[in-house]
Write a protein that binds this ligand. Sequence first.
Ligand code: PLP
Length: 380
Amino acid sequence: MIYLDHAAATPVLKEALEAMMPYFSDVFFNPSAAYLPAKKVASDYEAAKATIAHAIGAKASDLVITAGATEANNLAFTAIQANAESVLYLATEHDSVRRIAEQCGGTEVKVLSNGIIDLSDLKSKINDQIELISISLVNNELGVLQPLAEVANLIRETKIDRMKRGVKTQLLLHSDASQALNLLDISVSRLGVDLLTLNAAKVYGPKGVGALYVSHDVRLKPLTYGGGQENGLRSGTENVPGVIGFAAAVKHAKEHVNGNRKKYAGWKKILLQELKDYELINKKHTLDNFIVLCYNGLDAERLIFLLEDRGVYVSTGAACATSKGVRSHVLKAIGLSDSEIAGSLRISLGRTNTEEQIHDAARIINEVVQSEKERVKRNG
Ligand code: PLP
């Protein structure tokens, strides 16, 4: 099997799995319990949170652990006070941002044809009601990296202007960094974000574990009510093994950021040289583990099934949209035609791959594409 869909899911790292195991059985205690072994679990949990937080230049107390990035994104939107028409979000955001932003009467911000935010559109849409701007650090379908520091500058200028005019509305920047931690050295202060979403499932940690970084001056409303865990924002017994695994995965990701970047850049080059008859969709400002190819005139859904038969696993876009048969809103937002969208494949490289696999994948994709082209030609 040649797995080229690491943006959808990553296998749990061996070190992460080993670190998690004792917390399922030997040290299963509820961190809120009063006896000593439970207190030790509570302190291990806090240490794991600190490891995750330090990886983005934050403190353990800045993180709210959630059951994945969807929850973290939804929690971020509880920062809004007024609700109506106070949110801006990028047209290419993941559904876990789009759907909650729509609930809040949010307005979409356009992207340019390369997938980068249209800063002039953003500027024109920031009025005095806007409280929250949500822009992912790396898009999950294109791997495009957004210029968040520029957005943060614009927000800073807007805040100064609001202050001068006596406008008291808050203005916060949220970013979904689910796809970013493997290849980027993230610092919340450098990015200038107030809220940042992390996702263990995309960094070789367990599924169903995520975190929201919350700057100390941001007030959120609870996502769940109960025992008051996670500063009262996400009540429920802590997922200790999950967070321990998340921390081990983050530590590993952090130590290998530069090596990964080099390795994937090399493999991307090989693929782009050896593949034939495609158009590269995500040309610039893209993480090297993301390659989006368009085979215009072919049906990418068919290509996926045919490739699976040959042991190569790729996708047409976000796994959740694909399973519902929905056309990618991301590819639409960058201006692709319906036939270009229908012919687009996403390859996302990762730890399970080897250079040999990359050569094999290029050869198999070329063969499958060629035979599909001949079939289409025969059938007119
Ligand atoms: N945000 C981005 C950018 C993603 O890629 C994903 C997962 O595909 C999510 C959010 C949702 O993550 P989860 O399903 O773990 O809640």
